[in-house]
Write a protein that binds this ligand. Structure first.
Ligand code: NAD
Length: 354
């Protein structure tokens, strides 16, 4: 039965949360064995990468006889051939749960394994990428990346231990934090934003921008690292709840075509996209100004310029002649964006980032 007085559906905001149990705090890694016990896991596959081997070793020792196998070969953008190798290990060792310790690449492999087998997953992120709280998985087959969204893809348990982020070098720390900030910024101008996503994004932006300079001044500052990590959690939650716009579309288009480093690409694009879009998104601009206490474009440009690695698309090897083609593809099927897109203006943005 329809209610004639019900508001038009277009006026109704839909908020869909992800049912994830989250532990956060210094030393939280030590709770992973009991969390695995809570979900009844007896034969655990540990997915990790050499860069966070110490955390992997500590967890392996704590799991003792419950560790069925270990795989330390995740790759960026979750290539299907790597997943198939890890899947064979799951089958051979009859693993009944997967725990992924690492950046978005390790977490992505945990999602891909869980999606194929139904085994539960615990994610222990060591960067600020945010994948651990999203129901999204991007996979690459033959160089082509496809992305799917399904609530079952989100890890049931996430363990944030800021001590695991201490080993991120300066460059990855900065670019990964700006990658997280990009989720919050785009959530603020998303067509499907809600009061919840607005609140999460505003707090995420505040915490990341307020604490990041302290982290960069002292990479071992656990308190400041905790604030950036908590901000990245909130920002990842925004990514899960809202549709991303031009920034993420450019990152996907450029990253997919030229196989570019994920976080570094996000970091160099963000100030340019904010400069382009914020005049068309006054509500987002107002929230960011209040959250950051200053001109948002200026503060984000200052952070991006502080990166000691590649800061321009040309430094990543993107040919200038390719920019117009990328703009054409983006404009032909745009993600929702506050400012209407045309090839000339998007090419101009890319030229400035180049
Ligand atoms: P990554 O996981 O590839 O890590 C980058 C590099 O840093 C790797 O060499 C890694 O081993 C190393 N590393 C990770 N943690 C470290 C630490 N604490 N100390 C030292 N080195 C460390 O990169 P990322 O930016 O975390 O994630 C990018 C991937 O995640 C991409 O494939 C991206 O598509 C995916 N992603 C997916 C989602 C989603 O919602 N599905 C969201 C964000 C990112």
């Amino acid at each position: 039965m329809t209610d004639a007085n019900a508001p038009d559906v277009a006026d109704v905001v839909v908020h869909q949360g992800v049912a994830t149990r989250v532990l956060i705090g210094p030393g939280a890694l030590r709770h992973v064995p009991s969390e695995l016990g809570r979900i009844g896991a007896r034969r655990v596959l540990l997915v990790t990468t050499p860069s966070v081997a110490a955390a992997g070793d500590a967890l392996a020792a704590a799991l003792g006889g419950r560790l069925a196998a270990r795989f330390d070969g995740p790759r960026v953008h979750t290539p299907v051939d790597v997943t198939e190798r890890a899947l064979a290990i799951v089958t051979d060792h009859r693993a009944d749960a997967v725990v992924a310790v690492g950046g978005g690449s390790a977490v992505g492999l945990g999602k891909a394994l869980s999606a194929r087998t139904g085994i539960p997953q615990v994610a222990v992120p060591t960067t600020y990428a945010g994948s651990e709280v999203t129901p999204v998985l991007g996979e690459t087959r033959g160089g082509v990346k496809t992305t799917r969204r399904d609530p079952a893809l989100a890890p049931g348990t996430v363990v944030y231990d800021p001590e695991l982020t201490l080993s991120m070098p300066r460059g990855l720390t900065l670019t990964s934090a700006l990658n997280a900030l990009a989720h919050a910024v785009e959530a603020l101008w998303a067509p499907d934003r809600t009061p919840v996503s607005d609140a999460l994004a505003t707090e995420a932006a505040h915490e990341i921008v307020a604490a990041l300079p302290d982290v960069l001044a002292d990479l071992g500052d656990v308190r400041a690292r905790s604030r950036v990590q908590a901000g990245a959690w909130l920002a990842g939650t925004c990514l899960a709840q809202t549709r991303m716009g031009l920034h993420h579309q450019l990152a996907h288009a450029l990253g997919g075509t030229f196989d570019l480093p994920h976080a570094e690409l996000h970091a160099m694009l963000l100030p340019h996209v904010m400069d382009f879009d914020l005049p068309a998104a006054p509500d987002a601009a107002g929230r960011l100004e209040r959250a950051l206490g200053t001109d948002p474009v200026r503060v984000v440009r200052g952070l991006a310029d502080a990166h000691e690695g590649a800061r321009r698309l040309r430094e990543l090897g993107v040919p200038r002649a390719a920019l117009a083609g990328v703009a054409e593809r983006v404009v032909a099927a745009p993600y929702p964006n506050p400012r209407p897109l045309d090839v000339t203006s998007v090419t101009g943005l890319l030229e400035r980032a180049w």
